[in-house]
Design a protein around this ligand. Structure first.
Ligand SMILES: [Zn+2]
Ligand SMILES: [Zn+2]
Length: 230
């Protein structure tokens, strides 16, 4: 047995993992439960959430900072996807990343993401990053970068500590995030097309606020991407 194998062997003895959905031992999301997820993609207008081709804006909404938005699956906090995202947000576990990688691999083998130069992600405030030890959006972005064979870059930082968006109503969410982000990279990304990744898209205000900063820094196009969309 390899050293890694030995570690996994002891991990399984002392910390047996079981499926978040059916409790079957062995993985956080078992194969059967993973296959119950609809991973065919969610393509809706970023503003009014009406279904559109490729997640572009509908005829009634004006294009703002992101060009369009793509999600792998629908978000529902009471189902398996809610469990996966909630667990992934608060505890980084390799087994959960395996499940998320499988979801992204499946989606991206059916949906071609063209014209992307660089992948980036919604940053956590330094304080929250220290609390959690990782940024779930960054983890997702890194997986996508690997699948698409594109560079993943940290382009943004939070310059202001904000209360969690979930606490606020739609309009308050925008105010809460005002000037919360800044461009934070020594390199120039003028004219580049960026894929901006987050774990969940709800009203879209976080991704739009980040995209605004990227656009103001000279980026050509920002495409929003999230694992799930509420
Ligand atoms: Zn299961
Ligand atoms: Zn619309």
């Amino acid at each position: 047995m390899s050293f890694g194998g030995l570690i996994n062997y002891f991990k399984d003895i002392f910390f047996p993992v079981s499926c978040l959905n059916c409790n079957k031992e062995g993985s956080f999301v078992c194969e059967e439960c993973l296959q119950t997820l609809d991973l065919s993609g969610v393509f809706c207008c970023p503003t009014c959430h009406k279904e559109t081709k490729n997640g572009e804006y509908c005829n009634n909404c004006e294009t703002t900072f992101i060009a369009r938005h793509i999600a792998v699956t629908k978000y529902d906090e009471k189902t398996l996807i809610g469990e996966i995202i909630h667990s992934f947000k608060y505890q980084y576990v390799e087994e959960l990343q395996i499940a998320i990688t499988k979801m992204l691999e499946f989606f991206l083998s059916h949906y071609e993401l063209k014209d992307i130069d660089v992948i980036t992600f919604v940053p956590l405030h330094h304080r929250r990053y220290v609390e959690r030890g990782f940024n779930q959006a960054e983890k997702i972005a890194l997986v996508i970068g690997k699948i698409l064979d594109k560079p993943t870059e940290n382009l943004l930082k939070r310059v202001r500590y904000t209360e969690p968006q979930a606490k606020f109503k739609r309009q308050e969410r925008l105010t809460n995030l005002q000037d919360a982000f800044a461009f934070d990279n020594k390199n120039v990304f003028v004219g580049k097309n960026i894929l901006l990744v987050d774990d969940v898209f709800t009203t879209g205000s976080t991704i739009q606020e980040c995209a605004k900063v990227l656009k103001n820094s000279g980026v050509e196009k920002v495409i929003g991407f999230s694992l799930a969309r509420g």
